[in-house]
Design a protein around this ligand. Structure first.
Ligand SMILES: Cc1cc2nc3c(=O)[nH]c(=O)nc-3n(C[C@H](O)[C@H](O)[C@H](O)COP(=O)(O)O)c2cc1C
Length: 240
């Protein structure tokens, strides 16, 4: 009991510096969108959606001709700004973030061209940041997308493994993301913790992330739904 009280006292007085995370994604048929929705149910992050400037393009028509041509243009001349499709302006500065997670559809074994366009402009400003990569493909392996990400974010401090979610696995994304976040030790970066020892504390205060008091003397956190909570002033992701 004494040890628990000491742990609690430390938890109450600790001031955590939280990392700021930005999620940047493009999604044509909503798979990456759904994956990012699952991701932001588990981490605190600002989100930017990349939109091609030219609206209404059917990238899948004629055996994916438009997407194919855009990818080929970049592959043939990756250093030329003219190789990249125009995108809508993005009003967020990557310099304001510690961690950037890229959500990318795979097109012809490469990163989808609108996202490459964003990173061609903004990737160099991400030097020194922690970079996470989540890729969605129908079936192709994602090594080409990883190479694109490393080329476009040359100084990025990449997490050691990317997350690959095949389109058929999109419904299972929340579980895959939870595992991936554990694998890359995201909690160590963000100050979000899932300490087993904190799960049965007496006298702990539990708030939802939107500030609602959920409990003030809860002995067990096991009954709460999976999600992000503020326990004794610390952000904790409960993977129940
Ligand atoms: C232009 C284009 C090219 C694609 N090329 C491939 C490919 O080479 N291999 C593959 O497995 N999937 C390919 N796909 C499928 C997408 O990677 C897959 O559907 C992904 O989930 C799309 O993500 P989104 O729904 O967020 O756009 C392609 C899709 C498009 C639109």
């Amino acid at each position: 009991m004494k040890r628990i009280l000491i742990t609690l006292a430390i938890a109450l007085t600790a001031t955590m510096a939280y990392a700021k995370t930005l999620v940047v994604y493009y999604s044509y048929t909503n798979n990456v969108h759904n994956i990012v929705t699952a991701l932001t149910g588990q981490i605190d992050a600002d989100v930017v959606i990349i939109e091609p400037a030219e609206k209404g393009l059917d990238y899948a028509a004629n055996n994916y001709a438009i997407g194919s041509a855009q990818i080929a243009a970049i592959r043939n001349n990756p250093d030329d700004p003219a190789s990249y499709p125009a995108i809508d302006p993005v009003d967020v500065d990557p310099a304001d973030y510690d961690c950037i997670i890229i959500g990318a559809p795979l097109w012809w074994s490469q990163m989808a061209s609108p996202l490459q366009a964003y990173l061609f402009e903004n990737g160099p400003a991400m030097a020194g940041k922690k970079i996470g990569l989540i890729v969605s493909s129908a079936s192709s392996g994602i090594s080409g997308v990883e190479r694109d990400a490393r080329r476009l974010i040359p100084g990025g401090d990449f997490f050691p493994v990317p997350l690959w979610v095949r389109s058929s696995q999109t419904g299972n994304a929340a579980t895959m993301i939870a595992e991936w976040l554990k694998t890359i030790k995201y909690s160590e970066l963000s100050g979000i913790e899932t300490p087993e020892s904190d799960r049965n504390l007496a006298n702990c205060t539990i708030f939802s992330v939107d500030g609602r008091l959920i409990g003030s003397d809860v002995l067990s956190l096991q009954s709460l739904d999976r999600g992000l909570y503020i326990v004794n002033g610390k952000k904790i992701y409960l993977n129940n």
